[in-house]
Ligand binder design. Structure first.
Ligand SMILES: NC(=O)c1ccc[n+]([C@@H]2O[C@H](COP(=O)([O-])OP(=O)(O)OC[C@H]3O[C@@H](n4cnc5c(N)ncnc54)[C@H](O)[C@@H]3O)[C@@H](O)[C@H]2O)c1
Length: 458
């Protein structure tokens, strides 16, 4: 069944945020195309850039075509001859060496995915917009705000859709959490990658952290009040590892760590809201929530007398006790000896594996033995469950490939002209925060006298 027809019906009554294709006044596409799109004709799609990520766009558009989702992978643009040939062979499509050549071929395209390096997003996207195409532009939307503003202005003037490729918005774990968000007040984001020589046209903030910036901006729903940041170049001339603290006008605080020189791959976001802690593992597409329950007459709800703990939380991959068990052990030792094993606690806190509420509690206790004792008592409770009054919950996550969900959502917007789930202005907001972070890192580097570090002379 062609899924988009059903989806269209649901959104028929929404206001049109963008003109229908039939309202276009000029461009490469014939004006009658609008009617054809709304009556169910296949969207003709091109992919610009057939590199590491563009290949995924090519694959997914072809898979959607094969699944009868109303799209046709029609052409690609790739300036590297070997990559162009590979894409042409694999998908049996024409692959052009430049956007000019693509547009001259007059292929009646409806939409394109832009997956060229970030520094070229503006040049490529601007040409495609002027040709009347709707675009999914990979993240970050552009390399600077002037370019982002120019793309937004062109899209609005031409009545085109520009959806920035903030893929994590379509991560099934994020989709599971989003509808039940309350009031997140504290975020911890970790996005670590093993070094590969790609995306070096930008720093780690625009390369990796931008995903978390967009998610936290979406979840926090507040303007930014203050940014503090430190970033260092390690193997490339640009910042490869960064740590950032953002405070929002609402008082919400977010800590971000991103590295492309790590020994492990981590993609995690944890946040706290009233009576709840939520941990999203983007890579595993899983969510774990710890909720505070309303207590009964005894002070402890029925459920918490025997709190369930998923088996995988008891032991790590190697069979060793995981951090919550280690923490409970450290706490029990503290209660027995009166001494806090600072090294163990510090290691656990540094690993980012212990709930941040506990970490914050330990820091706030400032070595006060009574306060530490109270924390330790809570932790040293039942070894196989959360503290009394807390409950582990694993919200249901509907499986799916984020890129497939992202492209389906984009194509639905192209057909129905409804506002995309991720708007160009949201892409601009994430970029604006990323640039503020870069400025804060530069100021820190100057304060700390790190000029030589950045010139590779340290
Ligand atoms: N959403 C995500 O999770 C995600 C992941 C990785 C990359 N990306 C984004 O995708 C984009 C591409 O990244 P990548 O890792 O694939 O880079 P890449 O360097 O592997 O690929 C880019 C390709 O674009 C081609 N190219 C350059 N200029 C061109 C032009 N003017 N016309 C046609 N082709 C051109 C290059 O030859 C190269 O093959 C970047 O914006 C990056 O931020 C997004």
């Amino acid at each position: 069944m062609v899924i988009w027809l059903a989806r269209r019906r649901r959104s028929e009554n929404r206001d049109l945020e963008y003109p229908t294709p039939g309202l276009r006044t000029s461009g490469q596409r014939p004006s009658e195309r609008g009617g054809e799109i709304s009556s169910g004709k296949q969207l003709r799609v091109a992919v610009a850039g057939a590199g590491a990520f563009g290949r995924n766009h090519l694959r997914v558009v072809r898979e959607l075509e094969a699944a009868g989702e109303g799209v046709a992978l029609t052409a690609a643009v790739e300036q590297d001859a070997a990559r162009a040939e590979e894409a042409a062979k694999r998908y049996g499509i024409r692959v052009f060496a430049s956007i000019d050549e693509l547009l001259k071929a007059d292929l009646n395209l409806d939409a394109a995915c832009v997956a060229v390096p970030t520094v070229k997003h503006h040049e490529v996207a601007a040409a495609l917009l002027e040709a009347g195409l709707d675009l999914l532009v990979e993240k970050p939307l552009a390399a600077n705000l002037a370019e982002a503003d120019d793309l937004i202005e062109r899209a609005e003037r031409r009545g085109r859709i520009v959806q920035p490729g903030h893929l994590e918005r379509f991560n099934p774990a994020v989709l599971a959490v989003e509808p039940r968000l309350k009031r997140p007040m504290f975020f911890e984001a970790h996005r670590l990658s093993v070094f590969t020589p790609r995306a070096l046209d930008v720093d780690v903030v625009l390369d990796l952290m931008i995903h978390d910036l967009d998610i936290v901006l979406t979840f926090a729903r507040s303007a930014v009040r203050e940014v503090r940041a430190v970033g260092l170049p390690i193997v490339s001339p640009k910042v490869d590892i960064a740590n950032v603290r953002v405070e929002f006008e609402t008082g919400c605080v977010a800590n971000f760590t991103a590295s492309r020189v790590s020994t492990e791959r981590v993609r995690k976001l944890r946040f706290f809201e009233p009576r709840e802690y939520v941990s999203i593992d983007y890579a595993r597409r899983e969510v774990l929530a710890i909720r505070m329950e309303d207590s009964g007459a005894s002070g402890v709800s029925e459920e918490h007398r025997h709190p369930p703990l998923p088996q995988e939380l008891k032991r790590g991959k190697d069979g060793a006790p995981n951090s919550s068990v280690q923490l409970a052990q450290a706490a029990a030792e503290f209660l027995a000896t009166g001494k806090l094993d600072g090294a163990a606690i510090e290691k656990l806190m540094g690993s980012g594996q212990i709930p941040a509420t506990v970490a914050m509690g330990i820091v706030a206790a400032k070595n006060d033995p009574e306060k530490l004792k109270a924390i330790a008592k809570g932790l040293a409770g039942p070894q196989d469950g959360p503290a009394p009054g807390l409950r582990f919950v694993k919200p249901e996550v509907t499986p799916g490939e984020p890129l497939k969900l992202e492209l389906l959502s984009f194509f639905e917007s192209v057909r129905t002209r409804k506002t995309p789930k991720v708007t160009a202005r949201q892409g601009r907001a994430a970029l604006e925060l990323a640039l503020a972070i870069q400025a804060a890192m530069a100021a820190h580097a100057e304060r700390a006298g790190l000029e030589d570090f950045f010139r590779g002379r340290c």
